[in-house]
Design a protein around this ligand. Structure first.
Ligand SMILES: *Cc1c(COP(=O)(O)O)cnc(C)c1O
Length: 410
């Protein structure tokens, strides 16, 4: 591979670059069109307001809602916070899942401290929530169900429409964190039955620090307690001067996604399948984490026995990947998402997340496949347990468990 193409970015679940077409739309709103969208008494303000409303329409169209149901925020984290804390203005019972993003889990934990009760549903070995578990968890006190559409680590797509139907039948509000799903798979809040939905611009080739919350206005109308007090912007849900250039970019990013989803999803899936095939053909003793088919087209999450994800990443510094571990208070903890699938600590430490994106090429995929195989073989050759590897894992398989009680020096 041409050295000038390095480094390669394959961590598109963590963020994405701003699409040049998005940047073009944004630029005038930093300089000549700098008005405050709330200053309706002069042309500068009205021009900004017009641009924000145009973007509101673009975001709304992508998820099939009315533009008046879109609240602009600082991102996915804030949207999740407004949804959960806004509904739990008075304490109640919330149902969520163990594999949610921290923006939901930590918010739920906070609400527990102020009198709310939270049920954290388990998932199966592919990361799926069982809709029957959701139904069984509903009590007379339940005010909200919050289940993400697509998981940011393993890409698993939840049975959102079924959960939406249950929520509607039981008269409970339904929130979904769709930060990873929007722009990659079709999202329709009417067909899928959401009352609240969180989006983030920087996951879909828009700028960082912008997002939105969809808030249903009728059948049923959702009323939220705001987190910020101030000028009463965004229907009183989110006071604060609007980030006009960011919102303009977010709108454009949504418009591009809507137009290109069919083509882009197919392209990402083809690249993902190619990479997966290379790794499974080239290596033994690896497992796919997450659902084999109900998953985001751009996500691959693989555990390599006898190799730590962190070591693998360090051995391949020219490709940006993510491991299954997170540094918590100075020590490396295996991912809580992978642990929730029931895989061993060892296999969780051995995980790598690959997030393909709009700007990855076939050539980069070939390079990454070969490079990862080479590195895993090298690291395994260094491992004292290598002798046993071949007999324990005669063929590539998924769903295997490693129960060897390996110890790792973290
Ligand atoms: C990135 C992400 C968020 C947070 O969005 P920010 O805009 O970065 O605050 C929330 N949920 C999921 C699933 C995400 O992937």
């Amino acid at each position: 591979m041409d050295k000038t193409m390095l480094p390669i970015f394959m961590d598109n679940h963590s963020t994405t670059p701003v699409d040049p077409r998005v940047l073009q739309e944004m630029l005038p709103y930093f300089t000549e069109r700098f008005g405050n969208a709330a200053s309706k008494n002069h042309s500068f303000g009205r021009e900004a307001e017009k641009a924000v409303n145009h973007a509101r329409g673009q975001v709304a169209h992508l998820i099939n809602c009315d533009p008046s149901e879109i609240i602009f925020t600082s991102g996915g984290t804030e949207s999740d916070n407004i949804a959960l804390k806004g509904i739990a203005g008075k304490p109640g019972h919330i149902i969520t899942a163990m594999t949610e993003h921290k923006a939901v889990l930590d918010t739920a934990k906070r609400l527990e401290k102020t009198g709310s009760e939270v049920t954290y549903l388990p998932v199966d070995s592919d990361g799926l929530v069982n809709p029957a578990d959701v139904l069984a968890a509903i009590t007379s006190k339940t005010i909200l169900i919050s289940i993400m559409m697509a998981n940011n680590e393993i890409g698993t797509l939840q049975p959102i429409s079924e959960i939406g139907k249950i929520a509607k039948e039981k008269g409970v509000f339904f929130h979904t964190d769709a930060a990873q799903a929007v722009g990659k798979i079709p999202v329709d809040v009417q067909a899928m039955g959401m009352d609240l939905l969180a989006l983030s611009a920087h996951k879909i080739y828009g700028p960082k620090g912008v997002g939105a919350l969809y808030v249903r206005r009728k059948n049923p109308k959702v009323t939220l307690t705001p987190l910020f007090d101030g000028g009463g912007h965004e229907r009183g849900c989110r006071s604060g001067t609007l980030n006009v250039p960011g919102i303009v970019g977010f709108g454009k990013a949504c418009e591009i996604c809507e137009r290109e989803i069919p083509y882009e999803s197919a392209r990402l899936e083809t690249m993902r399948e190619r990479l997966k095939a290379m790794l499974f053909q080239g290596l033994s003793a690896i497992i796919l984490n997450g659902h084999p088919t109900k998953r985001l087209p751009n996500n691959l999450n693989i555990s390599f026995a006898h190799v730590e994800g962190e070591s693998l990443m360090m051995d391949i510094p020219e490709i940006a990947l993510s491991s299954g571990s997170a540094c918590t208070a100075g020590s490396l903890e295996p991912s809580y998402v992978l642990r929730a699938l029931g895989i061993s600590n060892e296999m969780a430490y051995g995980a790598i997340r690959i997030g393909l994106g709009r700007f990855n090429t076939d050539q980069e995929v070939e390079y990454a496949g070969e490079r990862i195989i080479k590195s895993v073989n090298k690291l395994r050759a260094l491992s004292p347990l290598n002798e046993t590897t071949a007999s324990l894992y005669p063929s590539p398989s998924r769903g295997g468990q490693v129960g060897m009680g390996l110890t790792y020096n973290m």
